[in-house]
Every structure is written in C-alpha cells, then in structure tokens.
Design a protein around this ligand. Structure first.
Ligand code: ASP
Length: 418
C-alpha cells in the first residue's frame, strides 16, 4: 500500500510542536544547547527566509502584470469593475486602520515585547517620512534594476502598472497575445516556485521555533499568543462592523442572514487557507444570498486575487509587533506608509496558503525593518492565515452582494426612465 503524505498544515503543526519541545529542552539545558540552536538550527531557518526574500520581487511584478492583463475586458464590465475595485480599496484601507489601531492598543498596553536587546543581530536606520511630495517622487523608479535589486516594492508595483498598461495598449494583436502568454507562463512558474517555498515552511517553522524558544524562553510563546489574539480581534471587528454594515446598508441583507449564508465558504477558507481554492464554495454562497450570477462570476475571482482585508489586518498587526520586537516605535508617517503598502501588498497577495507572509516583506521593507524578523512569527503563520483567509473570502462575498444590489438599482433606474 502507498504511504499517504502528511498534509502541509499537519506538517507545520508537527514542526511547531517539535520546535517548541526541542527549544524548551535546549532552553533548560543551558547555554551550550542554546548556542547550538543559534549556530546550527537558525541558519536553516535563514535559508527559508532568504528564499522568501528572493521570490518576493518576481511574485509582485508578475502577479500585478498578470492581474492587469486579465482585466482586459474591464471596459465591457466597466461599471461593475470600477465599483468592485473601489469597494475593495475602501474596505482594505479600513482593514489596515483597524489592524493598526488594535496593534497599537496591544503595544501601548505592553503586550508586545521589546526583544531588541536579545535579538541584537540586525541594525537599521529609521527612515524619516520626508513628506508627501518626496514620497510620491520616490515611488517612481529612475532605474528599473535598482528597484528590483533593492526590493523597492512601491517602485516594483509602478513598474508592473506601466508594463501591464503598455502591453494592453500594444496595437499589434499577435504581439500583444505573445506578451500576455509570456507573462502568464512566467507567473505560472513563479507561482509553482512559491508553492515550493511554502512547502519548506515546516523546516522554517521547526528551526526558528526551536531557536526562538531556546533563546527567548517561554516568554515568546506568550507574546505570540497575544499577537495572534490581536489579529483575530481585528478580523472579527472588521467582519462585524464593515461587512455587516455593507450587507445591510447596501445589499439590504440582515447581518445574521449574511454570516449564516457565507458560513460554508468561511469554514472552507479557514481550513484550506486559500481564497482561490474556496472560490467554488464562495460562488455558491454568494448566489444563494442573492448575488447576480454574472456579477459574482466577475467579482469573486477578482476578489480572490486582489481583495485581502484579512491579509491587510495581519500585515499591519505583524508589522507593529515586529517593530516592537526590534525596539522601534513607528511614527505617524511610517504608519501611513504601512497603510498604503499593506493595502498594495494585500492586493499583490496571491489567494494561496501563506502568500500573505511573503508579502509582509514588502511592508517591512517600506519602513526599513529588517525582513529577517519575519522569522519571529513564521512559526505561527498558519494560525494567522486561517483567520485572514476566512475574512478575505467573506469580503469577496459581501462585495458581490453590494455590487449586485447597485447594478440592480441602476438597471431599475434605467428602465423606469425608459
Ligand atoms: N491565504 C490567504 C488567501 O488565500 C492569503 C494570505 O496568505 O494572506 O486568501
């Protein structure tokens, strides 16, 4: 009989538990054992983080260009497209603010640790927020390769917008098709690579967890529990406030009915941690709740690619947590940068398991926090991911209901006039 391979979630869970056990053993065995985790286990985790860093630029670049190209028929679905994108942007920006508010409450209450003394490793220069105009100028690259090599994500996004737009504008149909196919083929390759890197996460989880527990002791477990709690409070508040209000105010659906109707998709998303994999379930839920078939068919796939409110909350909470661990206090300017980059990063996040953590690198880069510190939370990413994917999918369903209602209203207005 063929042996069944353990699923990735189970592998990660086992890695987490083993990491904690090995870490605790080393923690209580004294300095030699603790040093061993730093000298031999942590470097393996570093390899995993290096791989994350290495794919973040191509992932952002290709997924954004691919997304723009797949909006080719935006004109045909013009009004639905604009409403959908506006809904996504507004709810995601609100999600970022909610994430930052709760993260700062937790930080203010002293529930996030300052580990800068013991982490010691990375040095950083706190970048001053140089004002709106210079930030705006800084978004536009003067050298494409410099943007890639310094992983300047805002510039990478601008490059993607320009290339995506230019490919769409190419007159020669054959050349345009060749470019479109090239981008989607390259994106398929980078997606495959991303899956491979994510499949290595048990190694990252085990090595970092044992190193962190061995050197920080049980304290880190307590603070990780708190940062997870903080993210989940954000998820719940966002769902209860934003989606309930949207469903009842725009789609005239009672919030209870909304959550009951969306439940199957929410649970599937929670366990699968992939918006893309949840798509068939969310489409059924949305239509049962009264979304128009064609609107749901447009909004949900787009949403599973670019609408990630849960991911945005997670990225904001994680950024404040990591900054706090690094002994950094974020300035107002940096918080604004976090809102902008987390909104963009969540748009660039693919609807697959663990992608939000990869894109977190972009938010950290934007405010000059060493990306290595993602290692602090990599072990529990799955726990964050379950909640954030659940929220991501709920947001897509709520959007499809609102846009359906607006389109119906518009059609009713037109026929009344006629
Ligand atoms: N797993 C999430 C999703 O598919 C993306 C993420 O990792 O944040 O929606």
């Amino acid at each position: 009989m063929k042996k069944k391979k353990l699923s990735l979630p189970l592998q990660i869970l086992i890695a987490l538990v083993l990491g904690v056990i090995v870490g605790l053993i080393c923690y209580f065995s004294g300095e030699g054992a603790q040093k061993f985790t730093g000298d031999y286990l942590k470097p393996l985790g570093d390899i995993f983080v290096n791989l994350l860093k290495f794919i973040v630029v191509p992932v952002v670049l290709l997924s954004m260009i691919d997304g723009i190209l797949s909006m080719n028929d935006m004109k045909k679905v013009g009004s639905v497209g604009v409403k959908t994108v506006v809904f996504f942007m507004i709810t995601t920006a609100i999600a970022c603010v909610i994430g930052l508010v709760f993260a700062n409450i937790f930080k203010g209450a002293g529930w996030f640790p300052d580990l800068s003394g013991s982490l010691g490793a990375a040095e950083y220069e706190a970048k001053e927020f140089g004002g709106f105009m210079s930030t705006l100028v800084g978004i536009f690259p003067s050298n494409m390769w410099a943007a890639f090599s310094s992983a300047n994500m805002l510039q990478v996004i601008v490059i993607a917008l320009f290339f995506g737009g230019s490919i769409l504008a190419v007159k020669d149909k054959e050349k345009k098709l060749t470019c479109t196919n090239l981008v989607s083929s390259l994106y398929a390759v980078i997606e495959r690579l991303m899956m491979f890197v994510i499949s290595l996460s048990p190694i990252g989880v085990f090595t970092y967890m044992s190193w962190v527990v061995a050197t920080q002791g049980a304290e880190i477990l307590g603070s990780l529990a708190l940062v997870i709690l903080c993210a989940y409070i954000g998820y719940v508040v966002h769902a209860l406030v934003v989606y309930s209000v949207a469903a009842s105010a725009f789609a005239k659906i009672n919030p209870l009915k909304f959550f009951k109707g969306a439940f199957a998709a929410m649970i599937f998303a929670f366990t699968s941690t992939s918006s893309a994999a949840t798509l068939p379930v969310s489409k059924e839920c949305a239509e049962d709740l009264g979304a128009e078939g064609d609107v749901a068919a447009f909004v949900l796939p787009l949403g599973s690619t670019i609408n990630m409110d849960g991911t945005a909350i997670y990225q904001c909470v994680a950024t404040v947590f990591i900054a706090s661990c690094a002994g950094m206090n974020l300035t107002l300017g940096q918080m604004i940068t976090v809102v902008v980059t987390a909104t963009l990063a969540s748009i660039g996040t693919a609807g697959v398991s663990g992608a939000g953590m990869i894109m977190l690198a972009m938010v950290l880069e934007a405010i000059n926090i060493p990306v290595e510190y993602i290692g602090l939370i990599v072990a529990v990413d799955r726990l964050f991911d379950m909640g954030r994917t659940c929220l991501n999918v709920t947001g897509d369903i709520s959007c499809s209901l609102c846009v359906s209602a607006w389109e119906r209203k518009k059609a009713a207005g037109k026929s009344a006039k006629a």
